[in-house]
Design a protein around this ligand. Structure first.
Ligand code: SF4
Ligand code: SF4
Length: 392
């Protein structure tokens, strides 16, 4: 017996859903037009129906919201202006709050006070940590950044933070797996499928390829490229790859990245840093412009957490590059030092809040959703083959 949640539409409204679900008359136009909806994975009509009825169990176990990459086609063509694309966005927020057992995602998505207080507290924590270690220097006779912020100590902090964030995110993904695969009694998944389908997880995390499919199917690759149909995917990919590269250099290769030697511009350490900064600034500015102009269906309704994430990312990149410019121009060490502290006061809250509890987490949930979906489809295929061979 499926659980009905009579408060479901109120919960979605709290999560920023601007849609009146009751105007939908279930015509199915949205599923017909959706470029990503196919075969067994037909959406969004079914999940809209479940949302109207508040069938919480069906929504919790559904992967449909993650399969949608919010091209906005369905919203543009819905005869009732029910805005199914925005409903899918809100359902992703709702699912994020269900995978998260700490309850913090719900707090951050529904309360500005919670989100901004957490950002300020973490920024203050970073500031006082540096004040504790170095005092509050007004001038310094030290020559190098590694003397006042030794990479070995910063690296320990990085590892602790990365370990805690990874543990939280992994536990949420286990929760997602429990809801989607373990609780689904209609299918038994053989262990080997987790290995044979693993490539889909890596491929979709690295390429975000379904974004590029999220356009009308009939056009060829070149026609779509020339018409700028891939711009959104390119901006998203640059942002994501810049972020992942920077995170890797800071957490794994800090000794190499945080150096006092000034290498020539073509040295890989500098080129990687420039690429990551370019990706972050290009991607964030692209999304900020569209959110301000509201010229795409998927940028018309910005939730406060969309803004917080993108602004924190932009500030992280800008403060990082300012620090770099200050360092290579051999500005007074005090300037570089304070820019370094400000940079960390932005980066630490951005990572601690956004990665496990807020907007960033979709970068992990989406490829896992495709992975789980492929595992389930492969398991169904196996059952079909086995029953066919038994029948023969
Ligand atoms: S959301 Fe719009 S297009 Fe989709 S089923 Fe409802 S009325 Fe039809
Ligand atoms: S926003 Fe695009 S991908 Fe998402 S359900 Fe609508 S048509 Fe499909």
């Amino acid at each position: 017996m499926s659980k009905i949640n009579s408060e479901f539409s109120t919960e979605l409204t709290k999560l920023g859903c601007p849609v009146d679900l009751n105007v939908c008359f279930n015509c199915g136009n949205c599923s017909a037009i959706c470029p990503l909806s196919e075969g067994e994975n037909s959406f969004p009509r079914k999940i809209i129906r479940a949302s109207i009825l508040g069938v919480e169990d069906d929504i919790k176990t559904s992967l449909d919201p993650w399969m949608c990459y919010y091209c906005g086609e369905c919203s543009e063509t819905c005869p009732q202006e029910a805005n199914p694309g925005e409903l899918m966005m809100s359902l992703r927020r709702w699912l994020t709050t269900k995978y998260d057992w700490t309850g913090l995602s719900w707090k951050f998505y529904t309360s500005k006070k919670w989100e901004f207080s957490a950002i300020i507290l973490l920024a203050a924590f970073v500031f006082f940590l540096f004040a504790l270690l170095n005092g509050i220097p007004l001038s310094t006779d030290k020559t190098f950044i590694n003397e006042i912020a030794p990479w070995r100590i910063v690296e320990i902090g990085d590892w602790i933070m990365a370990g805690v964030l990874a543990a939280l995110l992994i536990s949420f993904i286990f929760n997602m797996h429990r809801m989607i695969i373990i609780k689904d009694k209609t299918i038994k998944v053989p262990l080997k499928l987790y290995f044979t389908e693993f490539w889909t997880l890596i491929f979709h995390f690295a390429s975000q390829w379904r974004f590029s499919d999220c356009e009308i199917k009939i056009q060829s690759f070149w026609k779509k490229l020339c018409a700028g149909k891939y711009n959104y995917w390119i901006a998203h990919w640059l942002l994501m790859s810049g972020y992942v590269l920077l995170f890797t250099m800071i957490v794994i290769f800090l000794e190499w990245f945080q150096t006092d030697t000034i290498y020539p511009w073509w040295y890989p350490q500098r080129l990687f840093g420039y690429y990551a900064t370019f990706g972050l600034i290009f991607g964030t500015v692209y999304f900020i412009i569209h959110r301000i102009k509201k010229d795409r269906e998927n940028s018309k309704h910005s939730h406060i957490t969309d803004w917080t994430f993108i602004i924190l990312l932009l500030l992280s990149a800008v403060s990082g590059i300012l620090m770099h410019i200050s360092r290579i121009n051999q500005s007074p060490l005090l300037v570089t030092y304070y820019l370094y502290v400000v940079h960390l006061m932005i980066v630490v809250p951005m990572l601690c809040i956004e990665v496990p509890f807020s907007k960033w987490s979709h970068l992990a949930y989406r490829p896992f959703a495709i992975y789980f979906n492929n595992i389930k489809m492969a398991a169904r295929e196996l059952v079909k083959k086995q029953s066919n061979s038994t029948a023969n």
